[in-house]
Design a protein around this ligand. Structure first.
Ligand SMILES: NC(=O)c1ccc[n+]([C@@H]2O[C@H](COP(=O)([O-])OP(=O)(O)OC[C@H]3O[C@@H](n4cnc5c(N)ncnc54)[C@H](O)[C@@H]3O)[C@@H](O)[C@H]2O)c1
Length: 253
């Protein structure tokens, strides 16, 4: 059996949380990986550990909502690591507030990162995938796409991602490119701290309460999401496209 080719992956928001978990997993699977983030300092130590283990991994500072910065970052990855044929649009922000008092800045900030950022990064990466006749586009969505009080901006952006990947799957399938969304439930990261604070609970209280509603009775870890992303980014997932797959410890539609 021939070895799988070594591919280059970009993970946006790869400096911490779920993104950092995906960077580590793809690097351990033998891919060359670039983390693109507003703040790459958080990643320095883990990148050094990955490189010490033989991985090819770099971090680039860029704002995915900035058209020039997004295109330049993708070009730089291509020059330094080879054609980026795997793109994980993971960068995200939350601005949770009830709709009646939501400022337009809260609406726009969330849509800019999740949708404009994904659009810009995907458009910049597609030519490399087309040239290689192979590509994997993976959006990190959320169970919140199904609706959540106080998160109309975030929920609308995440469900927008579902239409985005389904359209890409249809548009790009003939070129060997798949597009899927991975929708996590509760994953313990910095974003969880913000949710606990919004509920007026300590992190411990928030997790204990939320875990009661998760069928497997535990919160998720970045590694849980990274495992599914690794499959979708790999050679064997070529017949899975246009799907929304939940990583939530229980069923979601
Ligand atoms: N934590 C959860 O429970 C959970 C659940 C479902 C979905 N998600 C989604 O998973 C993704 C990662 O979330 P997380 O919990 O790891 O969050 P996090 O806040 O720990 O990490 C998000 C990363 O995105 C980066 N980022 C934000 N805006 C950016 C921009 N404009 N350009 C480049 N980088 C930017 C941040 O600097 C940060 O490093 C997000 O899309 C989030 O919506 C998280």
């Amino acid at each position: 059996m021939s070895a799988a080719p070594s591919r280059t992956a970009i993970v946006t928001g790869g400096a911490r949380g779920i993104g950092a978990g995906i960077v580590a997993r793809l690097a351990r699977n033998g891919m060359s990986v670039a983390a693109i983030d507003l703040d790459v300092d958080a990643l320095t130590d883990s990148l050094e550990r990955l490189r010490a283990g033989g991985a090819k991994a770099i971090a680039l500072k860029a704002d995915v909502t900035d058209e020039c910065a997004a295109r330049n970052a993708v070009s730089e990855v291509a020059q330094r690591l080879g054609p980026p044929v795997i793109l994980v649009n993971n960068a995200g922000v939350a601005r949770d507030v009830d709709l009646e008092i939501m400022a337009i800045e809260d609406w726009d900030a969330v849509h800019r990162v999740h949708l404009r950022g994904a659009f810009l990064m995907t458009q910049a990466a597609i030519p490399f995938m087309r040239a290689e006749k192979w590509g994997r586009i993976i959006q990190i969505s959320s169970i919140s796409a199904q609706g959540h009080a106080g998160r109309a901006n975030y929920c609308a952006a995440k469900s927008g991602m579902h239409g985005f990947v389904k359209s890409l799957a249809i548009e790009l399938g003939m070129h060997g490119i798949t597009a899927n969304a991975v929708a996590p439930g509760l994953i313990v990261t910095r974003m969880t701290d913000a949710t606990a604070a919004r509920r007026g609970l300590s992190l411990h209280e928030h997790l204990a309460d939320a875990t009661l509603r998760i069928p497997v009775r535990r919160p998720g870890k970045p590694e849980d999401v990274a495992a599914l992303v690794a499959f979708l980014a790999g050679e064997e997932s070529g017949f899975v496209s246009g799907q929304v797959i939940y990583v939530a410890g229980g069923p979601h539609d």
